[in-house]
Design a protein. Structure first.
Length: 208
């Protein structure tokens, strides 16, 4: 059955897929197989100015929304395991590169510690007042029921060591003692050094 070209042009899903084809996300073979466009004349008949404009507008929308970048990145990531596997299995490759490839493959496989870190974590804090605080924490998992998994979660860990926090006592502030200030009406005068040797009677000095 030959698809109706006029109806295809009105199909928003087809417009989006043609945008993906123009971006390199989908191949011509994939688009033809999905919409049964095996007739070359039907494929050529799609080249209409209004339809081309609709595809270009959709491409602009996808670029601005980030859909194009996301889908192209997903395609590249899907190809990453083959590339990493080639490095890992190549005996001529640098040993460090092979180790890095194995770690990257482990991350993609979901067995890395980062995957475990993404689990839900719960922390319970009990404040008894007066600065006394107790904390428990652990990962959570669904609660199993008789008829399968039911809604709810429990802490998948024994309570950790209780941590008690006591309020810190305020440090005693000792005021700094200061000497008496200058008397009112006094002017700035040079300090007089006690026990300063007298210059009276010293030749060459005139002392009042």
């Amino acid at each position: 059955m030959v698809p109706d070209v006029v109806e295809l042009r009105k199909d928003q899903g087809f417009v989006e897929d043609m945008s993906r084809f123009a971006e390199g996300v989908l191949t011509e073979k994939q688009v033809r197989a999905k919409y049964h466009l095996f007739d070359e004349s039907t494929w050529t008949a799609l080249n209409d100015d209004a339809f081309v404009e609709a595809v270009e507008l959709e491409r602009t929308r996808r670029i601005r929304s980030g859909a194009t970048k996301r889908e192209l990145a997903q395609l590249r990531v899907v190809a990453a395991p083959d590339v990493l596997s080639g490095i890992l299995m190549d005996p001529r490759a640098n040993a460090r590169h092979r180790i890095d490839a194995s770690k990257a493959l482990d991350d993609l496989a979901g067995f890395a510690p980062q995957a475990a870190a993404e689990q839900d974590m719960v922390q319970i804090t009990i404040n008894l007042g007066g600065g006394e605080v107790y904390r428990y924490g652990g990962s959570v998992k669904p609660v199993p029921g008789n008829d399968g998994w039911r809604d709810g979660k429990v802490i998948d860990a024994a309570p950790r060591q209780i941590v008690a926090e006591q309020p810190m006592e305020e440090a005693e502030v000792i005021p700094v003692k200061r000497g008496p200030g200058r008397p009112k009406g006094s002017r700035n005068k040079p300090k007089v050094v006690e026990n300063e040797p007298s210059l009276k009677g010293v030749p060459g000095f005139v002392v009042d």
